[in-house]
Ligand binder design. Structure first.
Ligand SMILES: [Zn+2]
Length: 279
């Protein structure tokens, strides 16, 4: 599932190709994805100029010169393709294709159809039902230790579950939460409301660092942002704890050696952590 850094990378790839361009043609292949597509989507996109992009949590907003923004959510399996219009045959599961006035085709491909597309007034993007309840943006300047402590106050759930709650912090997924908690030396099992003071002061920069590094890695993969298969924004990353159950973490001083990265299941998702370093 694409997480915030992947979505940011996809957005930057779309921006590089689409900003300033006119959508010459829109092919809408089906009436719905996760939810019904907006009424007249094709007509409302055709002829519009793309004026800018913004990411909010795991959503991409593509602003048009008609006062509307296209809200894009990749869901579980959604991806964006960029190809020359001469390759105009849609690939499997390419439900929506936009052709630009300079000869490119941008396709929304989603085999499982948990993704969604909607139109929202550009001056009221954050009032959209999918965005309205989201917590603060973890890479935003306002997100600091005191804001994090405030959103965690009174939360008796484990910190792992709290960080995955999009109403508390927007856009964090399982992998990046595991990695950020490792860097901050905080156990995923720790009660959320005990993450304050020095712990919150460690956790905020850890969250920002794992996201920023992943975005930078995605950016380097964007050097050729039209990859051979035309797919945007997915890249391999070296995780420090995620998926490394039983292996020594890289940070334990020894001897004795690291007891090995542990895996526990919380809210149905695997949490990976070093039981010695993370408390
Ligand atoms: Zn360790």
């Amino acid at each position: 599932m694409p997480e915030l850094p992947e979505v940011e990378t996809v957005m930057r790839g779309l921006r590089a190709r689409l900003e300033g361009r006119v959508i010459a043609r829109a092919r809408i292949g089906r009436p719905d994805l996760r939810w019904p597509l907006p009424e007249g989507l094709g007509q409302r996109l055709t002829g519009a100029r793309v004026t800018g992009f913004r990411r909010r949590a795991k959503y991409i907003l593509m602003r048009l010169d008609r006062g509307e923004s296209l809200l894009i959510h990749l869901g579980m399996s959604g991806r964006m393709l960029i190809a020359p219009v001469s390759d105009a045959e849609p690939v499997a599961h390419e439900h929506v294709s936009l052709h630009t006035d300079d000869g490119w085709r941008v396709g929304f491909v989603d085999p499982r159809r948990f993704g969604s597309l909607d139109l929202v007034a550009s001056d009221a993007e954050d009032a959209h039902r999918l965005l309205a309840g989201l917590g603060p943006e973890p890479l935003g300047e306002a997100f600091d230790a005191s804001m994090l402590s405030a959103v965690l106050a009174g939360k008796r759930t484990p910190i792992k579950a709290a960080l995955l709650d999009q109403r508390l912090v927007a856009g964090l997924g399982n992998i990046y939460v595991c990695e950020a908690l490792f860097r901050a030396r905080i156990s995923p099992l720790r009660r959320a409301d005990s993450v304050a003071g020095a712990r919150a002061a460690r956790l905020v920069p850890a969250i920002k660092a794992v996201l920023t590094e992943a975005i930078a890695a995605g950016g380097s993969s964007l050097r050729d942002y039209v990859q051979p298969d035309g797919e945007l924004g997915y890249f391999q990353h070296a995780w420090r704890v995620y998926g490394r159950e039983g292996k020594a973490c890289e940070a334990c001083p020894g001897p004795p050696a690291c007891p090995g990265i542990a895996r526990v299941v919380q809210s149905g998702r695997g949490s990976f952590y070093c039981p010695r370093l993370q408390r």
